[in-house]
Ligand binder design. Structure first.
Ligand SMILES: Cc1cc2nc3c(=O)[nH]c(=O)nc-3n(C[C@H](O)[C@H](O)[C@H](O)COP(=O)(O)OP(=O)(O)OC[C@H]3O[C@@H](n4cnc5c(N)ncnc54)[C@H](O)[C@@H]3O)c2cc1C
Length: 460
């Protein structure tokens, strides 16, 4: 199930020939996964050392995973500073926070290159409450930011938020002034072009079927084997297929829908060029206009794959088109009858603490991985590419010493308990989100299951 974003971005390309791996190939670095993480890491490595022979393999086309399917909110990592601080202290946490601002500049530099239609808008993202109980979720974080002289967030009054977003359904919120929105499909395809221009070998329709943890490691694919000095696993939710990572990660789908272009209607709502917003439910909802006059809505808490069978869960959204349109119409009633051009879903790879993780796979010094973005990967994947490049180059620097470099620890049970428990937790979260809107408290059973919910990238 391709997203409308990826379909649009690929349709705009003239000569994007697909080259699969045919036969065996020896390279310096083999990167598995052609999304933001894999492509940024390839680009970073070539920028650091143009003599490196780097290959990216992707089982489908670049952007077929989360990178072509997301909502396009490019969020700095200030949300994660409190968790980062717990993991590695204040200096290291602030290093990551600042790096995330640089990452947004890097994306902007890519967007400014001719031919890259990333539609990066400087309209910042609003983090909103849709009921009084959600109000103030940001208080602790704002206080911590203020105490560190970081002025990225601005508190909004109810009137401001409604005039800014065009939605009466938002009762409070903060605006993240350093954030941006963009076209995720064009971003990932621009990264692919950038990688090709740096002479990265981009091998699509080439799935890793087996990873030999030998020295040197070998990435086996149906028609050939990559023999590499170093391997980078940039597999996002598909990292569940790796026994070293599976215990530390859980995957749940997020559903999305995009309307047909209705620029006149979007103009009349006063939301053309306006910021998009995410709400403060545990199963976050988001709504944003696009540069070509459409509206996109997402809702997390979709299908739960059994084991590592992500692809089966990708075939259809958990919510119907009508349900997704109803969610959108709750924010913008005038869009209640607008046709939906497409729906899709994609995985969210949740870690226990909501922070991404990077490191060496088990005891293999030559295989590194990056995953666990927990709902926000556009900016962290660029930050992570510095970390992965430093790990590949065996550098001892601020990147390789980042608190995000850690070993995956067991945080979730084995199957079938993971799947069964996951359904119970998902039902509890849905109950809690509903009760919040009714101004009610959850009962003891709901509270019991809520104790097992993984963190999000946002504080709750
Ligand atoms: C609906 C939705 C909305 C989201 N909204 C936002 C948002 O607004 N802001 C934000 O910051 N983040 C958002 N995210 C999260 C964000 O999309 C991800 O964190 C990010 O795309 C991760 O990039 P990646 O390169 O690590 O993963 P991916 O882009 O998924 O790349 C991994 C690639 O590996 C490939 N692959 C898998 N198995 C194999 C194999 N065996 N061999 C070879 N290749 C393989 C896959 O096909 C995939 O292309 C959202 C995600 C979803 C699903």
């Amino acid at each position: 199930m391709r997203s409308v974003w990826l379909t649009q971005a690929m349709a705009a390309e003239t000569a994007a020939a697909i080259t699969p791996l045919e036969g065996d190939l020896a390279v310096d670095v083999a990167i598995v996964g052609g999304g933001y993480t894999g492509l940024w890491t390839a680009i970073e490595l070539k920028r650091r050392d143009p003599s490196l022979d780097v290959a990216v393999i992707e089982r489908d086309v670049c952007g077929a995973g989360g990178s072509g399917a997301n909502a396009g909110f490019a969020l700095p990592m200030w949300f994660q500073v409190p968790a980062l601080e717990r993991a590695g202290g204040t200096d290291a946490a602030l290093h990551v926070g600042r790096a995330s601002i640089d990452a947004i500049d890097d994306i902007r530099a890519l967007a400014d290159k001719p031919g890259n239609d990333i539609a990066m808008s400087s309209a910042p993202t609003v983090w909103a409450a849709t009921c009084q109980k959600q109000s103030g979720h940001w208080d602790d974080m704002l206080e911590q930011m203020e105490s560190r002289q970081i002025h990225s967030f601005r508190l909004l009054e109810a009137d401001d938020i409604q005039s800014l977003t065009g939605s009466d359904a938002l009762v409070a919120g903060v605006v993240d002034t350093a954030s941006a929105t963009l076209h995720p499909g064009h971003l990932v395809r621009s990264l692919r072009r950038e990688a090709l221009s740096l002479e990265v070998r981009v091998l699509e329709k080439t799935a890793m079927t087996h990873l030999r943890r030998s020295s040197p490691p070998r990435v086996v694919t149906p028609r050939g084997t990559l023999i590499a000095r170093k391997v980078v696993l940039a597999l996002y939710g598909w990292s569940l297929s790796l026994p070293e990572i599976r215990p530390a990660l859980m995957v749940m789908m997020t559903d999305a829908a995009m309307t047909v272009p209705v620029p006149g209607l979007i103009d009349s709502l006063g939301v053309a060029g306006a910021p998009g917003f995410t709400d403060s439910r545990t199963f976050i909802e988001s709504c944003r206009p696009t540069a070509d006059g459409r509206m996109v809505v997402t809702k997390s808490g979709g299908a739960l794959p059994f084991g590592d069978r992500i692809d089966a869960s990708l075939r259809r959204t958990r919510r119907s088109t009508t349900e997704l349109r109803t969610i959108m119409a709750a924010y913008h009633p005038a869009l209640a009858d607008v046709a939906i051009e497409g729906t899709w879903c994609g995985p969210i790879d949740r870690s226990r603490d909501g922070l991404p993780m990077f490191g060496h796979l088990g005891s293999s010094p030559d295989i590194v991985f990056g995953c666990g973005y927990s709902g926000a990967g556009i900016v962290p994947s660029r930050v992570g590419s510095h970390i992965l490049a430093s790990l590949v180059q065996e550098r001892d620097d601020a990147w390789s010493r980042s608190p995000l470099v850690r070993q995956p620890e067991r945080a979730f049970p084995r199957e079938p308990f993971r799947w069964i428990g996951g359904h119970a937790v998902r039902a509890a979260i849905e109950r809690k989100d509903r009760l919040d809107h009714e101004g009610l408290e959850p009962g003891p059973l709901t509270r019991f299951w809520l104790r097992f919910k993984p963190a999000s990238y946002k504080p709750a």
